[in-house]
Design a protein around this ligand. Structure first.
Ligand SMILES: Cc1cc2nc3c(=O)[nH]c(=O)nc-3n(C[C@H](O)[C@H](O)[C@H](O)COP(=O)(O)OP(=O)(O)OC[C@H]3O[C@@H](n4cnc5c(N)ncnc54)[C@H](O)[C@@H]3O)c2cc1C
Length: 502
């Protein structure tokens, strides 16, 4: 009979659906169960476990913290709510006729780019490889009811607006240079910038409709939120964190430069495999954390994990849904009440081939009409089938949360037909991922900063509380919101733990 540990290991590697048992078999491996440990029960682990460092969340942040701590000789246990690792990275099988076995698309984060040095190094360490995002051919722009194709950076008819947007981008880059990454609230104009939304900045600084629309779309696509949701200081911090606004929005040479062969979830799967299934407890939502001078205890339904310290590697708003005993101080608690997640539904249609390439198009469209306002060619590296991907973001994402998946499918197809013609009408497969409705994520791409949060609560974002440490991409200084930031945050928290006295 197949051993539960083998099953668990296979599940870690495939990210497959729940098998109805906790992944860590009590009694095996590095993190030893204590006392009343018993066979894993349906739905999650049962019993008592012990480690030196307990880590909440098996996303890139939690796994990279664990990786670094294991390298430092520490005994770790990663406690993950879902039945898989990877968090906001997730591969989905393409099952359409003609798709080669093993073909996947990413329904969560997918791209990496220059200057994202930590994730690029991790990809190399794990023996993975990248390929360039398909970027050959003209772009499509749909604006004011008219579709046009163009080469270069400026959509036809939007010349003045594009120039105005470009000037605004240069101004924003230069303002961002004044925002210290470790303490954005100490920027000379922090109070002024954190008192206004990005929308009010656009309203006061851009005057052409096209200029405003281009900058708005850029911001929506970076934050999956509306400019009215975002603090100007928060946007400037994010720009500085990535190096420039161009780094955030560009395909070639920017954050959308490359993808990972086999899908981005392979980063998390690779890290998990190296850690071993006995260091990862799946199906184990942490509901309560008790903490004090003697150590920490993580509790979920039917299990507990005792450790000297814990790293909570989940988005702040989810960290705020855990119950702490004693309760956390008001600054930290109120911070977690104020960092909502963005809203995005990622939609993909599979076709027999990437037909838009034959028409000289690179598959990238921008639009002023939803639900999909931004598309990319998401075909596998050899292009043996075509995958068109779109984002439904911000307000559009919120609007379609009221729809059924079938209505969203229809809206997506209408958008793709509008940009790429009738050949987009009948996809072989429709794939959508609605991150807002995922219990253990609750929105994407990341937590966003409304006005006033950096200023009044910023110092509570990373500061450890006793034996509790905070990680997750939202806590990163560099490439905040991205894979790279997630890995950096996990490594920073691991360094904190190693430096702390037991
Ligand atoms: C559609 C989409 C597109 C994106 N595009 C990109 C991109 O192209 N490039 C890029 O770099 N980034 C992208 N991102 C962002 C990127 O995916 C994230 O920044 C990164 O994956 C976050 O990693 P993390 O470890 O900080 O958090 P998460 O991945 O959210 O990991 C947290 C983990 O904790 C678990 N958890 C939550 N609560 C509990 C609990 N109470 N108990 C136990 N476990 C818990 C969750 O299940 C999850 O596994 C995108 C995200 C999305 C959704």
């Amino acid at each position: 009979m197949e051993d539960i540990k083998d099953l668990a290991r296979r599940r870690l590697l495939t990210g497959a659906a729940a098998l109805g048992a906790g992944a860590l078999i009590p009694g095996c491996g590095n993190s030893s169960p204590v006392g009343s440990a018993q066979a894993a029960a349906p739905g999650g682990p049962q019993g008592r476990y012990q480690a030196e460092i307990a880590i909440v969340g098996a996303g890139l942040a939690g796994l990279s913290a664990a990786r670094q701590l294991v390298a430092a000789g520490r005994k770790v246990l990663v406690v993950e709510a879902r039945d898989r690792v990877g968090g906001r990275t997730l591969n989905r099988a393409v099952t359409a006729p003609g798709a080669q076995p093993g073909t996947v698309v990413e329904v969560g984060g997918q791209w990496v780019g220059p200057t994202q040095d930590r994730v690029l190094a991790m990809i190399q360490e794990l023996g993975l490889s990248t390929f360039k995002t398909f970027n050959t051919g003209k772009l499509v722009d749909f604006r004011g009811g008219r579709r046009s194709e163009y080469a270069g950076r400026i959509p036809p008819g939007a010349f003045l607006g594009a120039v105005e947007a470009q000037v605004a981008i240069m101004r924003l880059n230069s303002m961002a240079a004044d925002v210290p990454l470790d303490k954005p609230w100490t920027a000379p104009k922090a109070a002024e910038w954190d008192s206004e939304t990005f929308q009010s900045w656009i309203d006061g600084n851009l005057f052409s409709d096209n200029g405003r629309a281009l900058l708005q779309l850029a911001i929506e696509s970076v934050f999956s939120a509306q400019p009215r949701d975002l603090s100007l200081l928060g946007v400037l911090f994010y720009i500085r964190s990535a190096g420039s606004l161009e780094n955030l929005i560009n395909t070639e040479g920017g954050a959308q430069d490359s993808r990972i062969v086999g899908g981005s979830q392979r980063i998390a799967l690779g890290m998990a495999e190296a850690l071993g299934s006995d260091r990862i407890l799946l199906n184990a939502p942490v509901l309560r954390i008790e903490h004090g001078d003697q150590g920490v205890t993580l509790r979920g339904d039917g299990f507990e994990v005792k450790a000297q310290r814990a790293i909570v590697a989940i988005p702040p708003t989810l960290a705020g849904r855990i119950r702490y005993a004693p309760a956390l101080d008001g600054l930290r608690d109120q911070l977690t009440q104020r960092l909502p997640m963005g809203t995005v539904i990622k939609v993909q249609c599979v076709y027999p081939k990437p037909f838009w390439r034959e028409a000289g198009l690179n598959g990238q469209a921008t639009s002023d009409v939803g639900p999909v306002k931004l598309t990319f060619d998401n075909s596998p590296p050899d292009g043996h089938i075509g995958v068109m991907m779109g984002f439904i973001e911000g307000s559009d994402g919120r609007a379609v949360l009221r729809q059924t998946p079938e209505q969203r499918r229809q809206g997506t197809i209408e958008s793709f037909v509008r940009y790429f013609g009738e050949q987009a009408r009948n996809p072989l497969q429709y794939i959508e991922q609605n991150w807002a409705s995922e219990e253990w994520t609750r929105g994407c791409y990341a937590g966003i900063f409304p006005p006033g949060v950096w200023l009044d609560y910023g110092e509570a974002l990373r500061a450890p509380i006793g034996r509790l440490h905070w990680a997750g991409t939202e806590t990163a200084e560099l490439w905040n919101g991205y894979f790279d930031g997630a890995i950096r945050s996990g490594e920073r928290a691991a360094t904190e733990v190693v430096a702390a006295r037991a």
